[in-house]
Design a protein. Structure first.
Length: 241
């Protein structure tokens, strides 16, 4: 029985000939040696590729490449697309162990993913983008400058910093609420149409150790869309929805 199971999974893990086969073989070796790090690194590569496509599609003539945005998408890819998804897929595999053989269990697993992780990741991506990419409001620096730091000394500096941070956070929170109100529901509707199909294939046919990789490869298209939506100006939302 175990020999038959290994041979059935082998075509998904070991391919003969070609560059794709060599890459997959290298990935599976790295996965065996350091699974968590490998999933994070591969997710970061896919996220950078997706953001690169998004920047290429939306960059106006003469605009410089946004390297800060690229660096932040690496952080997102490692922590959320890689590690968070790996932990989530492990949990789903324990909750729905028969999903590869039972249609009912498969439907339950896909439904759980779309009801829990899909909206959580979409909302988290918008929050991550607002917090890391939108410029700080001018009021925060003005609030800081209003304090006479030379007269007030260290205590004055701490108070000024705290006040400026409170202004900064209030502006970020307002921007996030506007972004979620404008973009979250349309994103979830489009995401469910795409990810229901992708995760059905993923949970039914892909070996558990390769689910994160398969999901990340499929997410290249989706993350490209998310990068465009999350980084566009608020005024563009109504024109593009």
């Amino acid at each position: 029985g175990s020999v038959g199971a290994r041979s059935a999974a082998a075509p998904l893990l070991v391919l003969r000939g070609g560059g794709a086969a060599a890459l997959l073989a290298a990935y599976t070796r790295a996965l065996s040696a350091a699974p968590f790090a490998t999933k994070g690194a591969s997710a970061a590569v896919v996220a950078v590729a997706a953001d690169g496509i998004a920047q290429s599609l939306t960059r106006k003539g003469g605009e410089a490449w946004d390297w800060a945005r690229t660096r932040w998408i690496v952080v997102w890819g490692v922590i959320f697309s890689g590690w968070a998804n790996a932990l989530w897929f492990d949990l789903l595999s324990r909750l729905f162990p028969e999903a590869r053989h039972s249609g009912i269990a498969l439907a339950q697993k896909v439904l759980a993913n779309q009801l829990v992780m899909a909206p959580a990741l979409s909302a988290a991506f918008f929050a991550f983008t607002v917090l890391t990419r939108t410029p700080p409001p001018a009021q925060s620096s003005e609030a800081f400058d209003r304090f006479d730091l030379e007269k007030r000394g260290r205590i004055g500096y701490v108070r000024a910093l705290g006040f400026a941070l409170s202004v900064w956070w209030a502006a970020k929170w307002a921007a996030l609420r506007r972004k979620l109100a404008a973009e979250l529901l349309p994103t979830l509707v489009r995401g469910n149409a795409y990810w229901t199909v992708v995760q059905t294939v993923n949970f039914r046919f892909v070996p558990p150790q390769c689910m994160v990789l398969f999901g990340n490869l499929a997410s290249c298209v989706w993350t490209t869309y998310l990068c465009i939506v999350a980084n566009r100006a608020a005024g563009d939302s109504s024109r593009n929805s």
